[in-house]
Write a protein of this length. Structure first.
Length: 354
């Protein structure tokens, strides 16, 4: 017989309050799926902004001590979206989340891995940690097949696999025919200093032949802001590209969606930039620094350039061909439907079926 859990105050952990529009969208979707009586406590860096934007209580996500103390006043731990169990950002980040899961279970509190991406796990010790941590979870949903397959190789069997939770974000009608080209690009040390010129040259050719403006959108405000100016410091930037470029900052995912809905093409390095642009009906193309970006691009059937491979000689031609070519509605619908497993997993935890 299933026991009933009276969960009212989950501790929601993620990369929140870092002014990354993708994580803001994840938190918005997650909070919208919680039962109405829930009073979540959210880990955040810019706590004041998160409290104001979402109307939730917060604690300092950058202090493990503060988060563990906050966990004592909560009845569950919810790791909400993104790729938290990975060691590409840092090994310390992986240890942080595994320790939180252990702390929750030592306090006899359920743990939910919600809409998670798993990996990369480049170190053997990282795989050992994750293999040990996954059984601590009361329920798990992964955001893509690759994560689910990696979890199975590490011994997990009781989990659900869907699409990224941001696919559940509200759609927008597209009205961007002959609109500007929006760039969701990020700094890439692997491209400095000699890797950038082919992409900048392709952009300049795209701008020249399309006669369209280039709008640089800092999707992660702190990392991406001023990228075109910083590129000038490390590599030659075509004059035409500078003349047709401007940077536009937005406050939240909804504002980004408005910009995307008016774009003739969005060229994204950022995963959630690609997803939100497709949800706005915009034509999209991807530059992939991570398999998660490539997987979404392939599902959309849009132009894809792997940043670890030599640039395609006809990259500008591919982008030109993609102008004003909206993504397939059936594909978007399917990806949105697959987010349902995350809501079901959340309901499973709240219903106490495990």
């Amino acid at each position: 017989m299933a026991r009933t859990l009276r969960l009212r105050r989950p501790l929601i952990c993620g990369y929140y309050g870092e002014h990354n529009l993708g994580d803001d969208a994840l938190l918005e979707v997650l909070l919208g799926n919680l039962p109405p009586e829930t009073e979540p406590l959210v880990t955040a860096h810019d706590q004041e902004w998160v409290r104001h934007r979402f109307g939730v209580a917060t604690c300092n996500r950058r202090s493990l001590k503060d988060v563990v103390v906050a966990l004592r006043s909560c009845d569950s731990l919810l790791l909400g979206g993104g790729s938290l169990l990975q060691d590409a950002t840092s090994f310390q980040s992986l240890v942080y989340y595994c320790l939180l899961m252990l702390a929750a279970r030592l306090q006899v509190k359920p743990v939910l891995l919600w809409g998670q991406g798993l990996g990369p796990l480049r170190r053997p010790i990282s795989r050992v940690l994750v293999r040990s941590a996954m059984p601590l979870a009361s329920a798990i949903s992964w955001r893509d097949e690759a994560s689910g397959q990696l979890a199975e190789r590490l011994g997990s069997r009781d989990h659900a696999v869907g699409s990224d939770p941001v696919w559940a974000y509200p759609q927008r009608p597209w009205k961007g025919a002959k609109g500007p080209i929006v760039l969701c690009w990020r700094p890439m040390k692997a491209l400095e200093p000699n890797g950038w010129p082919p992409y900048l040259a392709a952009l300049a050719l795209l701008a020249e032949r399309s006669k369209r403006e280039l709008v640089w959108l800092p999707f992660h405000r702190m990392q991406d802001r001023g990228l075109i100016q910083r590129l000038q410091e490390v590599t030659p930037v075509p004059k035409l590209l500078l003349e047709r470029s401007r940077e536009v900052e937005v406050a939240d995912p909804a504002e980004a969606m408005t910009l995307f809905s008016e774009a003739g093409l969005v060229i994204a390095m950022r995963l959630h930039g690609l997803i939100l642009a497709a949800l706005a009906g915009s034509p999209v193309a991807a530059l992939s620094y991570d398999p998660k970006v490539a997987a979404v691009a392939r599902s959309l059937g849009c132009p894809l350039q792997d940043l670890e491979a030599p640039p395609h000689q006809l990259l500008a031609e591919e982008w030109l061909h993609q102008l004003d070519q909206i993504p397939p509605a059936a594909t978007i619908h399917s990806l949105r439907q697959k987010t349902g497993v995350h809501a079901v997993t959340l309901q499973r935890l709240w219903a106490g079926t495990k």
